[in-house]
Design a protein around this ligand. Structure first.
Ligand code: VAH
Length: 320
């Protein structure tokens, strides 16, 4: 049995559906603080209401199902975390400890935990950021992910717990709206473009960030989790990359399909967060250890998103 905590989130909703395709719907328990709104997620397998800070509920869940794998995705992201630093730290850290301790106690064979390029900071080399380098994160989210990485490595080294992690870049998907990230502009822009609306971007036009299309993020996660343990040489979290772009470039990519698409730039507090992160990532360790290779670039991502959003819109219109 597989448990996905944070199954209703941007990554969790798509990862849960893919895991259910792989292992069978009834073998993947979706858990989150609120029930899924997406019909495919709601109707494809069991759901459990879980607050990852409630150890009693987690223990009951582990007794009800005999989990062999846990994907712990629940976290407060970078932008939201800056609005409520203490809660972000508590949920991101105590939530991780609760899951690591549960996994240890119940002898869960594999745990996945998402880190982020947010572990890097203003003094980290920003081009081709190495796997091991200066890390001075200056957001609560980034600090919690850096600390979380160290604790995952500790639970592996001290207790032999098979915890695996990836430093995700900004993730771009069209199926579920993101919540509270600094890279979320890259999701919202497609929805606005398709509605024929101008898009106001909260980052400067030339703010380069490492980004990844959701299908690649899912592939990286499963490639890592399915790799033999002896191939895994990084036990904090792997750098993983796919592409880097700035808002002006995603706008140009959209204009290849929607020629009159307009964008304006109104940087807010999230500009400062983005400016502290790398612009490109060296993921050679992930390539060497478990053969990481992305499939999408900016233009093929744009084409796929706009095609599928138009299809969803048509199906929605037909269905109603
Ligand atoms: C965020 N989407 O913006 C997340 C991600 C690299 C960014 O960790 O907080």
């Amino acid at each position: 049995m597989v448990l996905v905590i944070g199954a209703c989130g941007q990554l969790g909703s798509e990862l849960t559906l893919e895991l259910r395709n792989l292992y069978g719907g009834s073998n993947v328990v979706a858990a989150d603080i609120t029930a899924p709104k997406q019909a495919d997620l709601r109707d494809s397998g069991p759901f459990e209401k879980v607050d990852v800070l409630n150890t009693g509920v987690l223990a009951e869940l582990a007794s009800k199902y005999n989990f062999t794998q846990i994907y712990h995705l629940a976290a407060v992201l970078s932008a939201t975390g800056e609005q409520n630093p203490k809660f972000a730290w508590r949920l991101n850290m105590d939530g991780l400890f609760n899951v690591l301790d549960l996994a240890l106690e119940r002898k869960v064979s594999k745990i996945f935990w998402p880190s982020s390029i947010a572990v890097f900071g203003p003094n980290t080399p920003r081009q081709d950021t190495p796997q091991y380098t200066v890390m001075d994160p200056n957001t609560v989210y980034g600090i919690s992910k850096q600390a979380g990485e160290r604790w995952c490595a500790y639970y592996f080294e001290k207790y032999g717990l098979d915890v695996r992690g990836i430093r995700y870049p900004g993730l771009v998907g069209y199926k579920a709206l993101p919540g509270g990230g600094t890279t979320d502009y890259a999701v919202d822009i497609y929805h606005k473009a398709l509605k024929g609306k101008a898009f106001e971007c909260f980052l400067n036009k030339d703010t380069y960030l490492p980004m990844m299309y959701m299908p690649d993020a899912i592939k990286a996660t499963l490639d890592l989790m399915h790799a033999p343990a002896e191939q895994i040489t990084v036990r904090d979290s792997y750098n993983v990359g796919a592409m880097s772009f700035a808002p002006q470039e995603i706008a140009a990519s959209i204009r290849k399909h929607i020629s009159d698409f307009e964008i304006t730039y109104q940087p807010d507090y999230r500009q400062q967060i983005a400016a502290s992160w790398p612009q490109s990532i060296d993921d050679s360790k992930a390539q060497q250890d478990w053969g990481w290779q992305p499939a999408y670039n900016l233009d093929t991502m744009t084409e796929d998103i706009l095609l599928n959003l138009k299809k969803m819109k048509t199906e929605h219109l037909i269905a109603h």
